[in-house]
Design a protein around this ligand. Structure first.
Ligand code: SF4
Length: 195
């Protein structure tokens, strides 16, 4: 059950505290480059819908990044992006409410190419990159935990690697949740952090 009202200016903080790595990476790249390629946009905006970001706030977020901070002109944004965002929210076309992607889908979908940031880091990043980013950018300073995450990823246990990261980040041991969905990760995190 959704208890927090989430606005787009909260996303930077939420990304740091409560996003799984797949979504945190997309958020960081989007706010850094002020753009995101097609598959990344699909993966991220459905996640945003899933965490309870309203359609209006989602439009504000994309418009702010692509147009205000980025170089896209407003007309192009309206033409190329507004419909698709509304569509993801079930407000256009067949009014289907699209389901945010599960871990299995993200893990099995086509891997990210050059300048693409979708996918699952435990699946799609090479072990050195994963280890280096976890320690430099994502605050894992325990060598044993780092090695465990990389080993699990190497052995194709991506969701277990994600769970180890979750437990470390939230300072809970043997929390017992199996991670199977980025939105489930987020919800569990909010439960722990907001009580
Ligand atoms: Fe995202 Fe799932 Fe991969 Fe975790 S295991 S990073 S939630 S796709």
């Amino acid at each position: 059950e959704q208890t927090e009202t989430i606005t787009y200016d909260m996303l930077d903080t939420l990304a740091k505290k409560s996003y799984p790595l797949c979504m945190r990476h997309l958020h960081e790249q989007m706010t850094k480059q002020h753009h995101l390629k097609h598959l990344g946009r699909l993966q991220y905006r459905l996640f945003l819908k899933g965490i309870g970001l309203s359609l209006d706030e989602c439009l504000k977020f994309f418009r702010n990044e692509f147009v205000s901070n980025g170089s896209m002109n407003p007309t192009q944004f309206e033409r190329e992006h507004v419909y698709n965002i509304r569509h993801a929210y079930g407000q256009e076309g067949k009014h289907t409410s699209y389901t945010p992607y599960s871990c299995v889908k993200i893990i099995q979908d086509p891997p990210p190419g050059v300048n693409e940031y979708h996918g699952c880091p435990y699946r799609h990043w090479d072990p050195n990159t994963l280890k280096q980013r976890l320690s430099t950018n994502y605050g894992i300073h325990d060598e044993q935990v780092l090695n465990e995450i990389v080993d699990r990823s190497q052995n194709h246990h991506y969701q277990i690697a994600c769970q180890i990261y979750f437990e470390y980040q939230h300072n809970v041991k043997n929390h017992g949740i199996g991670i199977n969905h980025p939105n489930q990760y987020f919800n569990e995190s909010r439960k722990i952090l907001t009580g």
